[in-house]
Design a protein around this ligand. Structure first.
Ligand code: DP6
Length: 320
């Protein structure tokens, strides 16, 4: 039997950056994100009887670097004594480029593997398993606005506002293709060890989270915009002040930020956020989505734009 599950990436408005425990992959800070609709990863998992290693195909190619993480995730979901698996992953957006492809991949993987092993775990348990493979993946198990609480020895994850209740849109400006120079995990370790701003980042995170949660519950776009941009720039300040520094931005990243500033000055409800890559995500109210998409598409260096509303959490889509 083969089971296919689908998950969408999520975009953090209050960022996860830094780990409490690297072995267990426990985040040092809580975070808040929105799960997208239009971008997706579909993972198919088939446990087979023959021996040999697990196999992994990603967008029709081999992915040896990812295979170890996938095998480890399958061990967590189905037990280390499980049968070997053939795993196939397809994403309809660039992977490994700061678009949260590992979030959608591991969220879809745990759902498919759980179903394929005959399990029917609770969503929160699947989120914890996905988070053990990639911290941000835990949030893609849930739809809409999602809060992840980082506890001492485990995480909690929940939807705090359903997408139809506050239907924001996200416009992604692709400013560079190809994989990022440093993975998030490695970049976080560097920040924890060397950035003089890391402790301040940890200290203020709960305040940012509380402000963002209040803004989401009260549907206060301006308040959410202010705290999300501030939180994003603080995360990048930790990266920039790491030794050696980590700078994911390029010229076009900055041009996109200028475009968004100009739109804001003209009264359009939009704000930016940027993750571990050069792409810019513009979050806006639905009435601004067309003008934001046009403005970003015309910004210097922008290769492509993608627009998405908010969507549901990871789920099985097919079994055969
Ligand atoms: C910048 O979830 O990719 O996107 O747990 O090491 O796999 P690992 O890290 P990952 O980090 C995501 C960092 C971020 C911010 C966020 O999504 O909250």
């Amino acid at each position: 039997m083969t089971t296919i599950a689908q998950a969408q990436p999520n975009i953090a408005l209050i960022k996860y950056w830094g780990k409490r425990d690297h072995g267990e992959n426990l985040p040092a800070v809580s975070s808040l994100s929105v799960t997208l609709q239009t971008l997706w990863t579909r993972m198919s998992v088939e446990f087979r009887d023959e021996d040999g290693p697990d196999t992994l195909r990603v967008n029709d190619g081999d992915a040896p670097a990812m295979l170890t993480r996938v095998s480890h995730c399958l061990d967590l979901v189905s037990g280390p004594g499980r049968r070997r698996a053939n795993v196939v992953s397809h994403s309809n957006f660039p992977i490994g480029a700061g678009l949260a492809s590992s979030a959608s991949a591991f969220a879809a993987l745990v759902v498919a593997a759980d179903k394929e092993s005959g399990g029917c775990r609770e969503r929160i348990d699947l989120a914890r398993l996905a988070g053990a493979s990639s911290g941000s993946a835990a949030r893609s198990l849930f739809g809409g606005f999602v809060e992840l609480t980082a506890g001492e020895d485990r995480i909690d994850v929940m939807t705090i506002c359903e997408s139809p209740d506050w239907p924001l849109e996200v416009v992604v400006a692709i400013t560079a293709e190809g994989p990022k120079p440093v993975g998030s995990g490695e970049a976080m370790i560097r920040g924890e060890r060397t950035s003089p701003f890391y402790s301040a980042w940890l200290e203020r995170q709960d305040d940012d989270l509380a402000a963002a949660r209040e803004a989401v519950i009260g549907q206060d776009f301006e308040k959410l915009a202010a705290v999300a941009e501030h939180n994003c720039l603080k995360m990048h300040s930790v990266m920039w002040s790491s030794r050696p520094p980590i700078v994911f931005w390029n010229d076009s990243t900055l041009s996109c930020m200028e475009t968004i500033r100009a739109l804001q000055s003209d009264g359009h409800p939009v704000f930016f956020t940027i993750d571990a890559g050069p792409q810019v995500k513009a979050v806006c109210l639905p009435e601004a989505a067309a003008v934001v998409t046009d403005a970003l598409a015309q910004t210097a260096g922008v290769i492509d734009t993608m627009r998405s509303s908010l969507g549901p959490g990871a789920r099985p889509v097919e079994s055969s």
